[in-house]
Design a binder for this molecule. Structure first.
Ligand SMILES: C[S@@+](CC[C@H](N)C(=O)[O-])C[C@H]1O[C@@H](n2cnc3c(N)ncnc32)[C@H](O)[C@@H]1O
Length: 290
């Protein structure tokens, strides 16, 4: 367990420069990590020089890329707010939760349903070290370290079986995660296992980087960003086609308006500016299990 005062100092930006040795030893600062690179895009402090190399390499070709991360986060909390307030969902399994940021799943859910149960899952040691305390803010929120590509093991985790009732509808959140799961790991098969385990009336909320695969400038940019991420020390990142992303909702009924650009999914108001090219390259949808 890391000294909370050290973590507090790190969270305020005076220790996360990659040279400082006060970070927990399980955190490998020599290589970028998905969670910490995402934190950099969100403007957080829990990232190191190795993460910012990846950030810089993407910003070089897509200066608005941070807006994609922010739109993804807005989408996540908008969907959770909808599910909690209007649908009445009180159980959430948030896979690949990421580092805590301005608003997190439990805050969006518990604003409307104070007793809503949220289980955060991540396999990044930085999320465990810096995030656990903030994410486990009350008795209804839990954090577990587990691999989301292993549904059978994850669903048997004692916290999952104890905190979630599998005879009541729940929401499974898979936001900006599966584009870090390679084809060889069979992301559609992974999703089928989760969906099979969900009770009827449950929801799946999913976002994913999109390659229009049509020879357009957007597709070229998607492929170059993919190349840069995969050849970076982070080593992962996959832009997929609409058909590939739709295959992750197998057996679910998509809520209107379907699989769309994130700010087209029930936005709070009309856009205030044109999207930049990179902002077109992520899609999201919410599916309901009949
Ligand atoms: C881009 S972040 C997205 C965070 C959050 N879901 C959101 O949409 O704001 C992806 C997260 O998934 C986690 N992740 C990636 N692969 C994972 C795996 N196999 N098991 C558990 N977590 C994973 C990363 O550590 C990271 O925190």
């Amino acid at each position: 367990m890391t000294d909370p005062t050290v973590l507090s100092a790190m969270r305020h930006g005076d220790a996360c420069d990659g040279e400082d040795s006060r970070h927990p030893p399980e955190i490998d600062t020599s290589k970028a990590s998905i969670a910490r690179v995402y934190d950099a895009f969100l403007g957080g402090k829990d990232n190191f020089a190795s993460d910012r190399v990846v950030y810089d390499s993407i910003i070089e070709i897509a200066p608005q890329a941070a807006e994609v991360a922010k739109a993804n986060r807005r989408w996540l909390t908008r969907v959770v707010g909808y599910l909690s307030r209007y649908v009445g969902i009180v159980q959430y399994l948030d896979l690949g939760a990421g580092l805590p940021t301005m608003e997190n799943t439990h805050q969006a859910a518990q604003r409307h349903k104070p007793n809503a149960v949220v289980i955060y899952v991540d396999n990044d040691p930085a999320v465990n070290a810096y995030g656990r305390a903030l994410l486990e803010e009350n008795d209804h929120t839990h954090f577990i370290t587990a691999d989301l590509t292993q549904p059978a093991t994850l669903l048997e985790h004692p916290t999952v079986t104890r905190a979630l009732e599998f005879d009541r509808p729940m929401a499974l959140i898979q936001c900006a995660t599966l584009h870090h799961v390679d084809d060889q790991a069979d992301p559609a098969g992974i999703m089928r296992q989760y969906i099979d385990a969900l009770p009827s009336g449950s929801y799946v909320a999913l976002t994913h980087w999109w390659d229009p695969a049509d020879g357009s400038a957007g597709s070229t940019l998607a492929q170059e960003m993919q190349r840069r991420m995969r050849t970076s020390s982070m080593g992962t990142g996959r832009y997929r086609t609409r058909e590939d992303i739709l295959s992750f909702f197998h057996g679910l009924q998509l809520l209107e308006p379907g699989l769309v650009k994130l700010d087209e999914w029930w936005p709070p108001g009309p856009p205030i500016r044109e999207r930049s090219l990179v902002e077109h390259l992520i899609l999201g949808a919410v599916g309901r299990k009949p």
